[in-house]
Write a protein that binds this ligand. Structure first.
Ligand SMILES: *[C@@H]1O[C@H](CO)[C@@H](O)[C@H](O)[C@H]1NC(C)=O
Ligand SMILES: *[C@@H]1O[C@H](CO)[C@@H](O)[C@H](O)[C@H]1NC(C)=O
Ligand SMILES: *[C@@H]1O[C@H](CO)[C@@H](O)[C@H](O)[C@H]1NC(C)=O
Length: 362
């Protein structure tokens, strides 16, 4: 069962190329592992030669069979981030302008403590849970498998029972925590400590999103589809759905105080008492507007981005171009059209030309 078969091949290739091109910068800390997305077969290189920090290398040596899932998790997370943000000023794009050595995959956003940082951490941690769990369910792992606690359960009176393979996220959650949740750098400054707490919280929020979106699928049995008996199993949602939920969390994310306290607190004075939920996304710093290029921060700006002249949303030229206006050029499309089936057996088409206006931000 391929629940994440949602990629067009071309998009996949484009992503691949982007990751490949951008990985070689001096990635550091927690984020190096995302570079694994660019290795076709990471197993061949061996744990020591992969972009992992020392703890991850240790874990990798003990469980090398998890490498394909790690790579797949990184790929899922990156792709979903790009997809969720494709119409926004910050489009989860890697900045090519960032000075080498300062910018791992996502540049500034990884350490800026903004809502964007929060989303990246959450979606990556979730990607890892998703890919590891899928591998467990596929029977590829000895340490985990389908959820066996459900076997023989169900409700005879309602005419269903548990069967098939229920996804068991527990192992994936455990592995994602083990692989991602640890202090990265020497955390001396107060800024660093709060940032670390924020990142760990958001990792967990990402994992919780996978757990929360577990659903139940059933298949009917019985004479000619009468559905007298049903077999049901628990299944993770598609990663796209998880991405949507996290995007929603991003839009409602909570700003926390940058003071070190025993617990993190909301920054807003009148909301300080309101508890923080473990599935909330947290941030410390307000985001820049992402409008103009900032080489120092690795922000590419929106100049040259394609916008939609009639849309009122984030992808509309007004918002996306930050009021700078846009250029319009005409693009000629040639396609096959008025196709007719000719007996027997071929299809004859005409070539049709059309012109479309493409708008890009000034
Ligand atoms: C399980 O292993 C097979 C063979 O190595 C591989 O082709 C498949 O993609 C794996 N499935 C998952 C979900 O990891
Ligand atoms: C923290 O920094 C000190 C000195 O800069 C170094 O000796 C130590 O190994 C570092 N610890 C970690 C976990 O990187
Ligand atoms: C532009 O936005 C309008 C209104 O939201 C929408 O109907 C249209 O499909 C969009 N065009 C493109 C090319 O995305």
């Amino acid at each position: 069962m391929d629940r994440v078969a949602l990629l067009g091949l071309s998009r996949l290739c484009a992503l691949w190329a982007a990751v490949l091109a951008l990985f070689p910068c001096g990635a550091q800390g927690n984020w190096m592992w995302l570079g694994i997305a660019s290795f076709g077969v990471p197993e061949k290189l061996g744990c020591a030669n992969l972009p992992l920090n020392s703890r991850q290398k240790e874990l990798c040596k003990r469980k090398p069979y998890l490498l394909p899932s790690i790579r797949e998790g990184a790929r899922l997370g990156i792709q979903e981030c790009r997809s969720q943000f494709r119409h926004e000023r910050w489009n989860c794009q890697v900045s090519t302008a960032a000075p080498p050595g300062t910018s791992p995959l996502f540049g500034y956003e990884l350490s800026s403590g903004t809502k964007e940082t929060a989303f990246i951490y959450a979606v990556m941690a979730a990607g890892l849970v998703h890919s590891v769990t899928r591998s467990c369910s596929a029977g590829n792992m000895t340490e985990c498998s389908c959820d066996t606690t459900l076997q023989n359960g169900g409700s005879a009176s309602e005419g269903w029972h548990w069967g098939g393979c229920s996804d068991d996220v527990q192992y994936g959650m455990w592995f994602s925590r083990k692989f991602l949740d640890f202090p990265t750098r020497n955390t001396t400054g107060k800024e660093n400590k709060v940032l670390l707490a924020m990142n760990l919280h958001n990792n967990e929020a990402g994992r919780q999103a996978v757990a929360k979106l577990m659903s139940v699928d059933c298949r009917c049995h019985g004479v000619s589809g009468s559905c007298a008996v049903k077999t049901c199993w628990k299944t993770m949602s598609s990663f796209e759905k998880i991405g949507h939920l996290l995007k929603d969390k991003y839009e409602n994310s909570v700003q926390v105080s940058d003071r070190i306290k025993r617990k993190m607190r909301r920054r807003e004075k009148d909301q300080k008492k309101e508890p923080i939920r473990k599935d909330d996304l947290l941030y410390i710093n307000k985001s820049p507007n992402y409008c103009v290029e900032d080489k120092k921060l690795g922000i590419p700006g929106t100049q040259g981005r394609e916008c939609n002249r009639t849309s009122e949303g984030a992808d509309g030229c007004n918002l996306l171009c930050c009021g700078r206006g846009y250029n319009t050029h005409v693009v000629r499309h040639v396609e096959r059209c008025e196709c007719k089936f000719i007996w027997c057996c071929y299809v004859r088409c005409r070539r049709c030309e059309s012109m479309t206006d493409v708008h890009t931000c000034k």
